[in-house]
Design a protein around this ligand. Structure first.
Ligand code: GDP
Length: 525
């Protein structure tokens, strides 16, 4: 097909500088082609090596896709018999989600599994149990990433956890496998890369173990984590990662925009909302407020969140909490959090101060009739499970004029109250809101929230992270600018594979550092 040079430029823009394949039917997934109508062109270009790696991955995925000859041959490994000498054409990585995980966690872990699949020449297939097809378009052309429903061990997935006999860490612990062996003859292995993984599972991030699992046809990974920062610390991946991502902080920015295209139904939610409420403003500000549980306390501290979900499994971090045990006055919890949001918005010049009205007769008209100029308009997109932040902010800018005459509109698409696991519409709204946040010019996000991480990464934005009441960050400031747009790996291993001792993995290389919002997390900068 011949394309004129202007068509070529347009096409290049649409395909995000070569990140996306041209081999798709536009109608099946509008968001893939229309995102550029809503988003500024990213200043971060994918490296030529990333582009060529993605194109060759796509062709391998097609060749190995479900029910092809190669796929069927690999399934024979699940039959009894000695397959040690059989040639394998294709190797696979099956990604499982945590059943109780939120969308942010799911997307971050999926991107991590995809990068791991790229690095190890595996084909990524995802378990269909969690309605991914209703939320996301197929990312690879002319094939599918959905694991077939008749996959031999599918009915065992629910039983896979860190205790199960197929779990890698468990097998190492019980000396069932010896990683100094040249090769493994297991048809499949399960890796438990979730927040509660133990030190044996953490050996996933060691070269010797990576070497050992190279021969296994089927790896099954369950994860809720953005484990990419620790992949950058595995020596055998270093060189390839350097070529794929010369700009370290763009890993999720590129992978997220490559993989995660909202389904047509979600795209409808996004575009209708954008056009109706956000499109006309001169500037767009996203404020993401995550309470971590819908209770009367609008911002429950990190400790409460951890206590309810994680603490029983987490002996190692106990000291971190003790350090932060000082109490703080929460006489008015709503204004407490609200104060931080406002303080951050105003101090960082994101939103204007209010103008005190001394005389009720004073003119507060927003239109300057002499110059016939409309004032600058800003919109604030608030996302939260709770509606009170939005209501406060909207009323504040309705009931008072601003000091510089700017007009501030405040909108919130939904206030779902609480996280709802089995409700598809709830997940669609969450995805639409994450994506809308990613279309903003500036972001203020809540600490510790993967919901915000996905938005900042896809949008290529370095957010202002609200300080949290547990003093994780500098107490005196309402918010902190993130060092990079990358998500944080909340539960990284602290293990030196060679010395076999605990070590600070955030101090090994300059581009993997501790996160602003969790002192023990790791992020690429
Ligand atoms: P995290 O818990 O903040 O790291 O983010 P996750 O996305 O992993 O999990 C939180 C889940 O709660 C989301 O996936 C949504 O289902 C719901 N949720 C949290 N905040 C919001 C919000 O602002 N809007 C909507 N629609 N849902 C939210």
């Amino acid at each position: 097909v011949y394309h004129s040079s202007s068509t070529r430029t347009k096409l290049k823009g649409k395909l995000l500088d070569g990140l996306l394949s041209a081999d798709f039917n536009e109608k099946t997934c509008s968001s893939r082609y229309q995102s550029t109508l809503y988003r500024k062109t990213s200043p971060h270009k994918p490296s030529p090596h990333l582009i060529s790696t993605l194109r060759s991955y796509e062709s391998i995925h097609r060749r190995c896709s479900p029910h092809t000859e190669s796929y069927n041959k690999t399934l024979q490994h699940f039959q009894p018999g000695d397959h040690s000498t059989a040639r394998i054409d294709c190797k696979y990585l099956v990604h499982l989600w945590m059943p109780q995980g939120g969308l942010g966690n799911r997307l971050l872990s999926l991107a991590s599994s995809f990068l791991y699949a790229l690095l190890t020449n595996r084909v990524l297939l995802i378990d269909q149990g969690h309605k991914a097809v209703d939320l996301l378009c197929e990312p690879f052309p002319d094939t599918t990433w959905a694991l077939p429903l008749d996959f031999p061990i599918k009915n065992q997935f629910d039983t896979f956890n860190k205790e199960s006999p197929h779990c890698y860490g468990n097998m190492v612990k019980n000396h069932i496998i010896d990683t100094s062996m040249e090769k493994s003859f297991f048809p499949f292995m399960y890796f438990n890369l979730i927040y509660d993984y133990d030190d044996y599972d953490k050996q996933f991030f060691c070269d010797q173990d990576q070497n050992f699992m190279r021969g296994v046809s089927w790896l099954v990974i369950r994860s809720d984590q953005y484990f990419i920062p620790s992949l950058f610390l595995i020596p055998s991946f270093k060189q390839e990662l350097r070529k794929l991502f010369p700009e370290k902080e763009t890993v999720f920015h590129h992978l997220g925009r490559y993989l995660f295209h909202p389904s047509n139904q979600v795209w409808g939610l996004i575009t209708r909302y954008y056009q109706a409420y956000l499109a006309k403003a001169d500037e767009r500000i996203g404020i993401q407020v995550r309470d971590f549980k819908s209770t009367n306390l609008p911002f429950r501290g990190l400790k409460d969140h951890i206590a309810s979900y994680y603490l029983p499994h987490l002996a190692v971090n106990e000291s971190v909490f003790n350090r932060r045990n000082d109490s703080y006055d929460v006489t008015s919890p709503l204004s407490y959090m609200m104060d931080r949001i406002l303080d951050c918005s105003v101090k960082k010049n994101l939103l204007p101060k209010l103008k005190p009205i001394k005389n009720p007769q004073e003119s507060v008209s927003v239109v300057d009739y002499q110059s016939n100029k409309n004032p600058k308009s800003k919109v604030v997109l608030v996302t939260s499970l709770d509606s009170r932040y939005f209501e406060n902010l909207r009323n504040m800018y309705w009931e008072n004029p601003t000091i510089n005459g700017e007009v501030i509109g405040v909108f919130q698409p939904s206030h779902e109250g609480y996280q709802q696991l089995g409700n598809l519409t709830h997940h669609m709204k969450a995805w639409a809101e994450i994506y809308l946040l990613s279309l903003m010019d500036v972001l203020i996000t809540s600490p510790w929230s993967t919901f915000g991480y996905v938005a900042q990464g896809i949008g290529g934005l370095r957010p202002w992270i609200l300080n949290n009441p547990q003093k994780e960050m500098d107490y005196d400031l309402p918010c902190h600018r993130a060092k990079s747009m990358e998500p944080c790996f909340h539960f990284p291993p602290f293990y030196d594979c060679k010395a076999k001792i605990r070590t600070d993995t955030g101090a090994r290389v300059p581009y993997v550092r501790h996160c602003e919002d969790t002192s023990w997390g790791l992020k690429l900068v």
